[in-house]
Design a protein around this ligand. Structure first.
Ligand code: ATP
Ligand code: ZN
Length: 294
């Protein structure tokens, strides 16, 4: 019996990272081209592979109990995700798929502030989010809905400016566009339906959330080990980023030295290792951590 259905993007920027995250949470899927629904190995879970545009509605309507989607797509399809009337609930930001939705204009257009877009046609795939921004700031501009390459619309005369997703900004620059106002910041989020679910479904969601927590925490954390003179334990503890309690153990043959093991909550960069060495540490090892349960 299938307990939970999770909607993710079939193919696009978020697909691989979604599968990677779910895999780290113990949900393995055998992917087959053309298949829309895939059953997990050893878990009563199904993945539904769809266009990202459809995910908010599938979760809202209860076709899927969970979904992973960009906050931008969610807010376009279902309105502000924080609003009490929002039909789906964001239960976790996932730390990938970072981008921003920005206004941009061709180099030649005079710009002072966002009100410079008044009277302009703005090409966008996010007409609802754009309209909410224009209304909130009392800017009388026209949102022109475009599916496809928004960044070329000013050069072909379809729009005067654009409102599009940006990550590095290089696409805008190569199309002669200047980024101005950021309307929203986005990343991938885990969403659930607000409908009442069965107790076993709630249980699964709580467990999955815990595993996601453990996976995301582990992503930047490192396990660090070294030997050090007893006299430097304090200095060394202060150098390890985000460390709580180190384990300090005696060495078999050297009474003046100890072994220090610790979990660093952030990456341990070369500079930190060099400082540790200067503080007297030796045989410094830094290792990745896969999962954390606290
Ligand atoms: P689909 O075929 O599923 O409709 P799509 O073309 O709408 O795909 P993608 O381009 O794969 O979507 O982007 C999916 C999501 O990735 C976006 O909605 C956004 O949340 C995120 N994203 C991260 N960086 C960027 C970027 N530079 N440009 C566009 N989207 C980005
Ligand atoms: Zn899409």
């Amino acid at each position: 019996m299938t307990n939970i259905r999770i909607a993710i993007q079939k193919s696009g920027r978020l697909s691989e990272k979604c599968l990677d995250l779910l895999g780290k949470c113990g949900l393995q899927f055998e992917m087959h081209k053309r298949m829309l629904i895939i059953r997990a190995k050893d878990h009563p879970v199904e993945l539904m592979l769809v266009r990202d545009d459809d995910i908010p509605h599938y979760v809202r309507d209860g076709v899927c109990q969970l979904g992973i989607v960009g906050l931008n797509e969610l807010e376009e399809k279902t309105g502000c995700s924080q609003a009490p009337e929002s039909p789906v609930r964001v239960i976790r930001t996932l730390g990938f798929g970072h981008c921003r939705l920005s206004l941009a204009h061709p180099k030649g257009m005079a710009y002072e502030d966002a009100s410079s877009y008044a009277g302009k046609r703005i090409g966008t795939s996010y007409p609802n989010i754009l309209q909410r921004f224009l209304d909130k700031n009392s800017i009388d501009a026209k949102a022109v809905e475009i599916t496809g390459s928004v960044e070329v619309t000013p050069s072909i005369g379809v729009a005067d400016a654009i409102c599009d997703l940006v990550s590095t900004g290089s696409t805008l620059i190569s199309n002669g566009l200047v980024e101005t106002d950021t309307i929203m910041k986005s990343e991938a989020v885990l969403v659930r339906s607000k409908r009442e679910l069965k107790p076993e479904q709630e249980e699964f969601i709580a467990k999955l959330l815990q595993r996601i927590e453990g996976t995301l925490k582990a992503r930047n954390a490192k396990y660090i080990m070294m030997n050090a003179p007893k006299s430097s334990i304090e200095t060394i503890s202060e150098l390890i980023p985000g460390m709580e309690q180190p384990t300090v153990m005696p060495l078999m043959t050297d009474n003046d030295k100890v072994a220090i093991h610790a979990v660093a909550q952030e990456d341990v960069v070369w500079e930190t290792m060099e400082k540790l060495k200067l503080a007297g540490a030796s045989s410094i090892l830094v290792m990745p951590i896969e999962k954390i349960v606290e």
